[in-house]
Design a protein around this ligand. Structure first.
Ligand code: ADP
Ligand code: MG
Length: 257
């Protein structure tokens, strides 16, 4: 198997804080890996580096066999990477459908000018994109919200729209930072089903999540970070029993494990 994401010796410092210390992690093509760990352990920092939103101080990141040179997220998107953020980032005043279409326009190189001029080729592309956007919302289970203003949606639905928007970029690598945060149990199950559905040979997923039931239902492999170090790696069942993991989570509530 080839790795879609290969992180070797990754180090990221913020002043005196070593957010990532010599971290190794890989996601095999067509698989889903979960990244777990206590708050402040470096999960978001790792996602930010892999999506080239943030810089790093040492180590290498290789995506689909090509080494990532540094901070340049537009380039990363073109390389087939899409992500969601720990905090919601939708355009609240736009409709749900338009949120998806904006992402499509952007990634497919239709600028403002072509939208204004409205050439026939553009109108045909626009129609196709609208249909595709609606299909993505159907996939995410939020098609009924298509014409609502994004800001008026319940939180869990907005999170699902964010994933649909990330998929609009047709990624080969998808990074999800705590997608279930703030979701109720039913929404979390809906999210897990969505992540299972989108996982396929040409899409590899790295998902940061606390909820171990969620992790076990979507990921074949788990990496555990603590204080910027990888302290365990294995199947969900293996890491759940790992003594280092239990120690890192000591004091955490049962349901976090
Ligand atoms: P997690 O996502 O696992 O909760 P983070 O990756 O957000 O953890 O943070 C890891 C560590 O790096 C924390 O100590 C955090 O305070 C620090 N950190 C993250 N981002 C920054 C930043 N932009 N500036 C300074 N410190 C940061
Ligand atoms: Mg985080």
């Amino acid at each position: 198997m080839t790795a879609a994401i290969s992180v070797t010796g990754l180090t990221r410092r913020f002043g005196g804080v070593v957010a990532l210390d010599n971290v190794d992690l890989s996601v095999e093509q067509g698989t889903t890996r979960a990244l777990i760990g206590p708050n402040g352990s470096g999960k978001s920092t790792l996602i930010n580096c892999v999506s080239a939103v943030d810089q790093w101080d040492g180590g290498t990141i290789t995506l689909n066999g090509e080494e990532l040179a540094g901070k340049n997220s537009a380039k990363a998107a073109r390389r087939g990477i899409a992500r969601t953020f720990q905090t919601l980032r939708l355009f609240d005043d736009m409709t749900v459908l338009d949120n998806i279409m904006v992402a499509m326009h952007h990634s497919r190189g239709y600028g403002f000018l072509s939208a204004v001029i409205q050439l026939p080729t553009y109108r045909a592309a626009e129609k196709r994109m609208r249909e595709e956007a609606f299909e993505l919302l159907e996939l995410a289970g939020v098609a009924r919200d298509a014409n609502r203003t994004a800001g008026t949606l319940p939180y869990g639905h907005r999170r699902l729209v964010e994933i649909a928007r990330a998929l609009a970029l047709k990624p080969t690598v998808l990074l999800l930072d705590e997608p279930a945060a703030g979701m109720n149990d039913a929404e979390t199950v809906q999210l897990a089903e969505l992540v299972q559905r989108i996982g396929r040979d040409d899409l590899s997923i790295l998902v940061v999540e606390h909820n171990m039931d969620f992790v076990a239902s979507v990921a074949s492999q788990v990496t555990v970070l603590d204080n910027g170090h990888v302290i365990a790696e294995g199947t969900p069942a293996e890491v759940r029993e790992h003594p280092e993991v239990l120690r890192a989570y000591l004091g955490a509530s049962e349901e976090e494990l």
